[in-house]
Ligand binder design. Structure first.
Ligand code: MTE
Length: 313
């Protein structure tokens, strides 16, 4: 914990100001390009379907060093070739080789359920509306590996403010695309589509990030293009990839992994070294690029920010 320097209070205030500038500059930038015509570029397509230079151009203003705690980043190539995305394959090293047929432009996203202002919108338009920023987060997979990654995105709370949930809304449900013709793993007998969920207070927490980019570029397909969730104090599977639907609901949604094995993958799933997975210890984690095994931290190192959400009594 000692070396974590995320300070949500002042950080957010400062970020607001930067984001505003970023927002207008980026709009100008998109306009210059001709919003409708340049869909591959504006489409935030993954690097697998656009040149690196183009991909970079989409995010020139997103970087903000203030929120980078200075941790060494996980090697980009390693992180981009070690993915969990069961819609394609259960082999982490092969996901990036199997995403060619996956169509991410156009991409409609439906935000609704128990809200005052439902929104059905192309994801590019949504991204254009939101203040993007870059955040370096720890990422801990339930399988016992971890990485440190610079994500680009916007706090889910900003979207929640726009759609205005009704008082009955207690949970947020995230649903991934369902297209077995584009994703061969979906022909296997899992409870598709991939569903995840958060309590409303977890969804509103400033660390909860709607994520549209990584390593300063639009999300490559294997990372969950064009839009995914990152909830850094929970195991990685709580962050659904390639989301098509965000719904505000009254009851706790049944998630993909919970449906498969509720004992092993409960709804809450906060990172906790003291609570072993039924089949392995969670006390340590292997950093994917160095292979070094380090101690896992409670709430993945974010206890200072999130422990209050789970305080009893
Ligand atoms: N989202 C979808 N739609 N399908 C998946 O299989 N796997 C989860 C999560 N989100 C998964 C998903 C798991 S187990 C992890 S660890 C992370 O995505 C992996 O994210 P990464 O490949 O970007 O590192």
């Amino acid at each position: 914990m000692a070396h974590i320097i995320i300070r949500p209070d002042w950080y957010l205030a400062e970020k607001e100001a930067t984001s505003e500038r970023v927002y207008w500059e980026r709009r100008k930038f998109l306009k210059q390009l001709g919003y409708g015509g340049a869909s591959a570029l504006l489409g935030m397509a993954g690097v697998s379907s656009m040149g690196a230079a183009e991909a970079k151009a989409v995010y020139p203003y997103a970087r903000n060093k203030d929120y980078n705690p200075g941790w060494p980043l996980t090697n980009e190539k390693k992180a981009s070739t070690w993915n969990n995305f069961y819609e394609f394959t259960t082999s982490k090293a092969n996901v990036h080789l199997m995403v060619d047929k996956f169509v991410i432009d156009p991409w409609r996203i439906d935000i609704g359920g128990l809200v005052e202002n439902p929104l059905k919108i192309d994801v590019r338009e949504l991204i254009g509306m939101m203040p993007l920023e870059e955040r370096v987060y720890r990422f801990r997979c339930v399988e016992g590996w971890s990485m440190v990654v610079p994500w680009t995105g916007f706090p889910l709370s900003k979207l929640i403010e726009k759609v205005k949930p009704k008082a009955e809304a207690k949970f947020v449900k995230f649903t991934t695309f369902n297209r077995p013709d584009q994703a061969p793993g979906m022909r296997r007998g899992y409870p598709w589509p991939y569903v995840e969920g958060l309590r409303m207070d977890e969804a509103m927490h400033p660390l909860t990030l709607v994520t549209t980019g990584v390593y300063g570029k639009a999300l490559p397909k294997q990372f969950g293009a064009p839009i995914r969730m990152i909830v850094p104090w929970k195991y990685g599977y709580k962050g659904g990839k390639s989301i098509e639907k965000i719904e505000f609901v009254a009851t706790q949604p049944k998630t993909f992994w919970e449906t498969l094995s509720p004992e092993e993958y409960p709804f809450e799933s906060n990172v906790d070294p003291a609570v072993p997975h039924p089949r392995w210890s969670q006390a340590t984690e292997e950093v994917i690029d160095t292979g070094i095994r380090i101690r896992t931290q409670k709430y993945n190192g974010y206890a200072e920010q999130v422990a209050k959400l789970y305080a009893k009594g």
